[in-house]
Ligand binder design. Structure first.
Ligand SMILES: Nc1ncnc2c1ncn2[C@@H]1O[C@H](COP(=O)(O)OP(=O)(O)O)[C@@H](O)[C@H]1O
Ligand SMILES: Cc1ncc(COP(=O)(O)O)c(C=O)c1O
Length: 274
């Protein structure tokens, strides 16, 4: 019997990030993916690839969640971009209707192109209504600064401190991603479980961000948890999976390349040296 994983996230029209990246990751990792769309992001090629953001009506989101959870016994869910306080309300309410084995929250706080006021409202609602429900939350450096209230995060010690501060907001585990923005030659992430800090590191590949890296990492954690892995193993594996996809990224006409979720399994099939 195949394991199932559920994702509630935004659609990203170029295919690089969002629900598209999540479902590709689930498929690569052998879990059956089910997805609910919260918003549609279509970058505008006529205007410097600016974000265009359209939220889905809350009742349509509720309908999708109703259909997905009635059709399947889902118990592991990834939450990606929600985008507005109204969306956060409906998702938090729908999540509270059943027990979840794991809720993986990628706290995509705002979409560029939204008003700063929207960002603040979204931040507050996410922090109050979804963060305390999460098994694991995976902020990048910017999101970790906002959630932890720290002015800057520039060292591994800062990453660990941010993880500890965010842990105090209610999730069971926190993964803070240093990614490309943390100074140094390595892409460093830390996991905090309330007692210990575990550090995951790889050499940085290139010096630009790659679309879908955060989505793919959180989706791979979700797929591994759905298959029965523990958190530390799931994070360690997800880091390997996303690193392979970053190394073998897809060049696009967009300003940044996109993660290739098929890279990890392709390399396994080809074997070393092929
Ligand atoms: N250029 C890179 N080389 C290697 N790993 C990277 C690179 N950029 C990001 N990562 C890793 O990819 C994952 C996603 O991180 P990040 O890109 O910071 O997230 P987000 O997409 O949410 O901003 C993390 O494990 C991070 O360390
Ligand atoms: C719908 C959606 N979700 C999530 C993200 C975050 O993507 P990433 O994994 O590149 O951080 C984006 C970024 O454009 C997006 O448009």
């Amino acid at each position: 019997m195949v394991d199932l994983a559920y994702v509630i996230a935004g659609s990203e029209a170029t295919g690089g990030a969002g629900l598209q990246a999540d479902l590709k990751t689930f498929q690569e990792l052998g879990v059956y993916g089910v997805g609910t769309i919260t918003c549609i992001v279509s970058f505008d090629p006529k205007d410097g690839w600016r974000h265009r953001f359209v939220p889905i009506a809350p009742d349509v989101i509720a309908d999708q969640i109703e259909a997905a959870t009635a059709a399947h016994d889902l118990d592991v869910v990834k939450i990606g971009m929600l985008g507005t306080p109204a969306t956060i309300d409906v998702v938090a309410e729908s999540l509270s209707r059943q027990r979840w084995r794991h809720i993986v929250l990628d706290p995509v706080l705002i979409c560029k192109g939204q008003e700063p006021g929207d960002a603040l409202d979204t931040d507050t609602a996410l922090r109050e209504k979804v963060l305390p429900l999460a098994t694991v939350v995976t902020p990048n450096l910017f999101e970790a600064q906002i959630l932890s209230g720290m002015d800057q995060i520039t060292t591994e010690t800062d990453l660990a401190e941010a993880a500890q501060r965010i842990f105090a907001l209610g999730p069971e585990y926190v993964v803070v991603k240093g990614g490309i923005d943390l100074p140094g030659d390595e892409a460093v992430d830390v996991l905090y479980d309330g007692e210990e800090v575990t550090v995951f590191r790889t050499p940085k590949i290139g010096d630009e961000r790659v679309a879908g890296a955060g989505c793919t990492l959180a989706a791979a954690i979700t797929a591994e948890l759905a298959s029965g892995a523990g958190i530390e193993d799931a994070v360690a594996f997800a880091k390997e999976f996303v690193t392979a996809g970053i190394a073998d990224r897809l060049g696009c006409h967009t300003p940044i390349d996109a993660v290739w979720q098929g890279a990890y399994v392709q390399q396994l099939q080809l074997g070393p040296g092929d």
